[in-house]
Structures are given as structure tokens and as C-alpha cells.
Ligand binder design. Structure first.
Ligand SMILES: NC(=O)c1ccc[n+]([C@@H]2O[C@H](COP(=O)([O-])OP(=O)(O)OC[C@H]3O[C@@H](n4cnc5c(N)ncnc54)[C@H](OP(=O)(O)O)[C@@H]3O)[C@@H](O)[C@H]2O)c1
Length: 279
């Protein structure tokens, strides 16, 4: 059984980010990431901070805006419009979900699609679905980056994805489809989850349910990608019961040290290297 090591994949991409950044700095270009952290959601604030730390460690300027400030929707939009105009800002990253009192769609779609580094705008979603270049959400990109790093082809494979959210499951399905996989989407209304997962050559769990994927749900030799992040008794675990699945699968991503490690690097790569082809 092979462990698909996200840290190794992240290090590979970090090197790419740092080289590109060095070229830009040499040309006296100082790209900046604007992180929008509206409201006082604790996980969002923590994610914003860790994103800022990682960006700064690679030499990228990253500022967090909006934290702990009560902002009117129109003021948020004015701020985004200012970021859209400001040349040195290469990427605008809103922490999601936005507090419920805001019209999230209105706010997101004010972001210039060319600076929408997490692929959230309707324009970038449409580009992904129609095979045009644009920004692709970072977690689905991280899954593809891990598969590519380990030379795991998607062509002709049965891919089963558990989860159909707009930020993970749906864009991931599109990326797999674009790479000629046969894709099945599972969710809470799927009648027989085990029957579906056992067919998968590549099984991707993105449900946010600790312990969901047991050993007897996996086809022998399958590749299992665990996107889930769950906090159980102070520990971070995925959706996959790792010890059981490792006995059956051909390859597995661990949690922590799997997809999460790559996701933040994909964000920096989007900021520094620009849009990614969606095909
Ligand atoms: N590794 C990373 O970098 C990274 C980044 C983002 C998110 N995540 C993690 O990935 C997970 C998914 O995130 P998300 O934002 O997509 O979550 P989400 O919006 O809550 O969506 C979860 C999806 O899983 C499905 N689901 C939940 N329980 C299920 C079950 N028992 N059986 C079958 N399907 C089930 C839901 O089905 P319905 O549609 O029917 O409700 C839904 O489509 C979370 O653990 C999150 O923390 C990781």
C-alpha cells in the first residue's frame, strides 16, 4: 500500500511558487494576496491566519481584511472593487462561508474573475464546466495535483466522489470528467453507498463525516483520497478509517498530511502563477 504524501506534493509545488515569485520580484513586481475574513467565525480566522503565514513564508505579501469589524454589505463590495482596481493585488480570497446576513452570491460575484483565486465566481465556475481556462477551487485542484504527482491516470477510471458541495464535490467531478474518468457522485440520499464505493478505482471522500469509509467499502487495490477534515477528541481525522482502508486499498492519502497540505499551496500557486487550464 502506498501512502500518497501531501507534504511531498506541497513541497514540489512550493518550489514552483518560490521560483515564479523570485522572477516577479526581480522584475520589481510585488504580488499581494488580499484575504477577506468577514465576521468572527473562529475556523475562518484560523484558516486566514495560516494562509497568511504560509504566503509570507514563501515571500508573498498577504493581508487580512475585515476581521472583527462590523461591515455593511455595500462597504465590503466597495472594498472588493478597490482590490479589483489595485494592480499589486493578484488574488482576492474570501473566507467561506460568509456570515448569513450577507448576500454571499452578490459579494462573491463582485470579485474580478481574473483575481478570483479560489474559483468562486459564477464566471470561473462556468469556465470550468465548459473547459475554458480560469481559476479552479483549490481543494479539487489539490486532489488532481496529488494524483498527477503520483502518475495516477484518470482516463477510463471509475471515480466515485462522496460529496456534492459547490466548493469541493462538484468542481472535483468536473475536473475528473475533463480528464476522461467515469464519475459517480454520492450524497446523503444515495441508496446504497457501499455498493457505489466498492465499484471505485478511485474513491474520493469529501463528506466531512469521520469514520464514513470503512475497509469493506473499498475495492481491493483502489486509490482512496480523503478530503475530509473532522475534529474528534481534539484530533484531526478524515472521513476514512485509515487503518482498515490501508489493508485493502492500493494507495491512500493520510489526514493530516494529505490533501489539506496541498490545498493551501494550490492557493499560492493560483496567486503567483495565474489561472490554470481546466481541462
Ligand atoms: N482538505 C482540504 O483542504 C479541505 C478543504 C475544504 C473542505 N475540506 C473538508 O472536506 C469535507 C467536505 O467539505 P464541503 O465543504 O464539501 O462540505 P459540505 O458542504 O458539508 O458537503 C458535504 C457533502 O457530503 C455529503 N455527505 C455528508 N454526509 C454524508 C453521508 N453520510 N453519506 C453520503 N454523503 C454525505 C453531503 O450530501 P448532501 O448534499 O446530500 O447533504 C454533501 O454533499 C469537510 O470535512 C471539509 O472540512 C477539506
Amino acid at each position: 500500500m502506498q501512502i500518497l504524501d501531501g507534504k511531498e506534493v506541497a513541497a514540489f509545488h512550493r518550489d514552483r511558487v518560490e521560483r515564479k515569485l523570485a522572477d516577479l520580484l526581480e522584475d520589481n513586481i510585488h504580488p499581494e494576496l488580499a484575504i477577506l475574513c468577514i465576521g468572527n467565525d473562529k475556523p475562518s480566522a484560523m484558516y486566514a491566519k495560516s494562509m497568511q503565514r504560509l504566503a509570507q513564508a514563501t515571500g508573498l505579501t498577504a493581508e487580512i481584511y475585515g476581521k472583527d469589524v462590523a461591515m455593511r454589505e455595500d462597504d465590503i463590495i466597495s472594498m472588493i472593487e478597490y482590490f479589483n482596481e489595485k494592480k499589486s493585488i493578484y488574488g482576492i480570497l474570501p473566507m467561506m462561508p460568509l456570515p448569513g446576513n450577507y448576500n454571499a452570491s452578490r459579494i462573491i460575484n463582485c470579485i474580478d474573475p481574473a483575481k478570483d483565486v479560489d474559483g468562486l465566481t459564477d464566471t470561473n465556475i462556468a469556465h470550468l464546466c465548459t473547459g475554458r481556462s480560469g481559476f479552479v477551487p483549490c481543494t479539487p485542484r489539490a486532489v488532481i495535483a496529488v494524483l498527477e504527482y503520483y502518475h495516477i491516470s484518470l482516463t477510463g477510471k471509475e471515480v466515485v466522489i462522496i460529496g456534492r458541495s459547490n466548493v469541493v464535490g462538484k468542481p472535483l467531478a468536473q475536473l475528473c470528467l475533463n480528464r476522461n474518468a467515469t464519475v459517480t457522485h454520492c450524497h446523503t440520499r444515495t441508496r446504497d453507498l457501499q455498493a457505489e464505493t466498492r465499484r471505485a478505482d478511485i474513491l474520493i471522500a469529501a463528506a466531512g463525516r469521520a469514520g464514513l469509509i470503512r475497509g469493506d467499502m473499498v475495492k481491493p487495490g483502489a486509490v482512496v483520497i480523503d478530503v475530509g477534515i473532522n475534529r474528534i477528541d481534539g484530533k484531526t481525522v478524515g472521513d476514512v478509517v485509515y487503518d482498515e482502508v490501508a489493508n485493502v486499498a492500493g494507495a491512500v492519502t493520510p489526514v493530516p498530511g494529505g490533501i489539506g497540505s496541498v490545498t493551501t499551496m494550490m492557493m499560492l500557486e493560483n496567486v503567483v502563477c495565474g489561472q490554470t487550464l481546466t481541462d
